[in-house]
Design a protein around this ligand. Structure first.
Ligand SMILES: NC(=O)C1=CN([C@@H]2O[C@H](COP(=O)(O)OP(=O)(O)OC[C@H]3O[C@@H](n4cnc5c(N)ncnc54)[C@H](OP(=O)(O)O)[C@@H]3O)[C@@H](O)[C@H]2O)C=CC1
Ligand SMILES: CC(C)(CO)C(=O)C(=O)O
Length: 321
């Protein structure tokens, strides 16, 4: 028997929890607040898409040390980490430590974050827990505390090997196969990848161009290229970021610029996650996206004026909201 614990009940967390619950998987959702977990437990998760609404039921609790300690786990567990980069702080890591403490060797963490930095942080703090990087191009928007709109279907890539090379034995392989099976049953187009670094860089490139510019211009993804000044800014930011990331190890990708335009087209109605955060007055993932690109550039002795500017503008912008 396998259990999936989704940590973070925002857009992506609710989408994964609802679809997995709908596929009959044993799912528990860990929220930040007691109120949200009670709502989910009592009323279920409302999954909205073009076909209408489905209400799916999943267990839920809030991520408080006492609640986590009381929740002792014996079976094989996958923790699907669905919080933003900036939420991965000492307190959250303590909760993950507690969540995995009662079944060491039986728990693994799947990290769905955009941007970079989180895997190194988690690997340093949880060296005994196998960490798997994932890249998802699904699009989701949280409508309220228990409702999520599935905006766009995409791919889900999961690293073939644990990031921190822990427990990559037969037991882990079996657990990974079970996870894939559950995700596919839930309708996700999930595949294993042995070139995750490249996939993470390619997604970082897309996010480094679309996220800050949609947030600055306050437009949905599809509108971003529909103006010649915005389009030339996109191109310049893409070109700078592409140079930095290929120097850092990303493979050459002749179609990279067209891929950014294709993501804008495919997710035309999306409000990017950064614009959503800016509009809500929440902190953004800018440090893990453009800020991280600037850091890579500095490490390589390269200039990154546009990424530096995006980081400065979004940081100031979201602070003043
Ligand atoms: N949305 C999308 O379509 C996509 C998102 N991603 C990535 O997935 C990740 C999650 O994004 P998304 O779902 O959009 O973000 P949201 O902001 O919608 O959700 C994050 C959730 O994490 C919760 N959270 C924060 N801190 C804690 C904590 N300490 N304990 C428990 N829960 C906590 C928040 O709770 P609260 O609301 O109470 O603060 C919130 O519900 C990001 O890295 C994003 O870049 C990747 C691809 C697509
Ligand atoms: C691909 C994109 C830009 C889709 O909105 C995204 O990942 C995000 O909003 O963070």
């Amino acid at each position: 028997m396998m259990r999936i614990e989704v940590v973070g009940a925002g857009a992506i967390g609710l989408l994964f929890a609802a679809r997995l619950a709908g596929a009959g998987v044993d799912v528990k959702v860990w929220t930040r607040t007691q109120r949200q977990s009670e709502l989910i437990r009592k009323q279920g998760i409302s999954l909205l898409n073009e076909a209408g609404e489905a209400v799916l039921h999943a267990d839920s609790d809030w991520l408080h040390p006492d609640r986590v300690m009381a929740h002792r786990q014996e079976e094989r567990t996958w923790i699907v980490l669905a919080v933003k980069q900036q939420a991965i702080d000492a307190e959250l890591i303590d909760s993950l430590r507690a969540l995995t403490a009662s079944n060491v060797g039986e728990s693994s963490i799947l990290c769905l974050q955009n941007g970079i930095g989180h895997l190194d942080k988690l690997a340093a703090e949880l060296p005994w827990v196998p960490l798997y990087a994932a890249v998802t191009t699904e699009g989701a928007k949280r409508e309220d505390e228990r409702s999520v709109r599935h905006i766009g279907t995409g791919m889900l890539w999961i690293s073939e090997k644990a990031q921190n090379l822990v427990a990559t034995g037969e037991k882990s392989d079996k657990a990974q196969k079970m996870l894939l099976k559950s995700l596919r049953k839930a309708g996700f187009e999930a595949s294993l990848s042995n070139e995750m670094e490249n996939r993470i860089f390619q997604k970082l490139l897309v996010n480094a161009v679309i996220n800050p510019l949609t947030a600055i211009f306050d437009v949905a993804n599809g509108e971003l290229p529909n103006d010649k000044n915005r389009l030339s800014l996109m191109e310049a930011l893409h070109s700078e970021t592409y140079g930095i990331l290929t120097e850092a190890g990303m493979k050459d990708h002749a179609d990279s610029w067209n891929n950014v335009l294709e993501v804008c087209r495919r997710t035309a109605a999306n409000v990017s996650s950064m614009l959503a955060d800016v509009r809500a007055g929440h902190p953004t993932e800018i440090d893990a996206i453009n800020g991280a690109v600037s850091k890579l550039a500095a490490k390589q002795g390269m200039a990154s004026p546009l990424n530096d500017a995006m980081t400065a503008i979004i940081t100031t912008y979201s602070r003043s909201k």
